[in-house]
Design a protein around this ligand. Structure first.
Ligand SMILES: Cc1cc2nc3c(=O)[nH]c(=O)nc-3n(C[C@H](O)[C@H](O)[C@H](O)COP(=O)(O)O)c2cc1C
Length: 171
């Protein structure tokens, strides 16, 4: 898909069809996540790709943002393995995870799928469901699937700060 089309078609989908995401699409999406850039290439990130029905059911308990997505990509990071900025000690793990999550989101859109970034979830509870998640900070649950026939963008999709507020051009 043309890149600008990918960006323009994306909106937060809050109504997914039951149709599963084809495995070859899942693999292509994950590959785009894997090659995302990270600070000093530390790659302190991990993704749990959840499509098993029992697991999806269990995950419903960790968030109020449940919209029936057949695939949830949980993105986590390990601060202990991340680059740390020497000037102020800022840990880069969460930024790295956000880049990976954005890659996954846009890669899914490029496959003709719809997505929702869910950040409002109980990370402690989610850790009890995912295998080997203890050492990770869980950053995002990227919901992926086909939109239901009546899925539409929310009013927030069309609401953005003006270009003047958004940018300070120092030319
Ligand atoms: C970091 C982050 C966390 C978000 N968390 C949630 C969430 O928990 N539940 C939800 O319904 N939407 C969530 N969203 C979606 C935003 O509400 C949405 O992106 C925003 O309102 C703009 O709408 P649009 O994505 O349709 O353009 C999140 C988005 C981001 C970037």
């Amino acid at each position: 898909m043309e890149f600008n089309t990918v960006l323009q078609r994306r909106y937060s989908c809050r109504s997914f069809a039951a149709q599963a995401v084809e495995q070859e699409k899942v693999e292509r999406i994950l590959e785009v996540g894997r090659i995302a850039p990270t600070a000093v290439n530390k790659q302190p990130v991990h993704v749990w790709a959840v499509s098993e029905p029992g697991m999806l059911e269990a995950i419903k308990g960790v968030t109020r943002s449940n919209y029936g997505a057949p695939l949830i990509l949980v993105v986590g990071c390990r601060p202990a393995d991340a680059w740390v900025r020497r000037y102020d000690g800022k840990n880069g793990a969460e930024v790295d995870a956000a880049i990976v999550a954005t890659h996954l989101l846009l890669a899914a859109e490029n496959e003709g799928l719809s997505t929702l970034w869910v950040g409002s979830f109980d990370p402690a509870l989610l850790k009890t469901i995912l295998p080997d998640a203890d050492a990770y900070e869980l950053v995002a649950m990227i919901n992926v699937g086909y939109p239901s026939a009546d899925s539409t963008p929310s009013p927030m999709h069309g609401s953005r700060i003006s270009m003047e507020e958004f940018v300070t051009k120092l030319v």
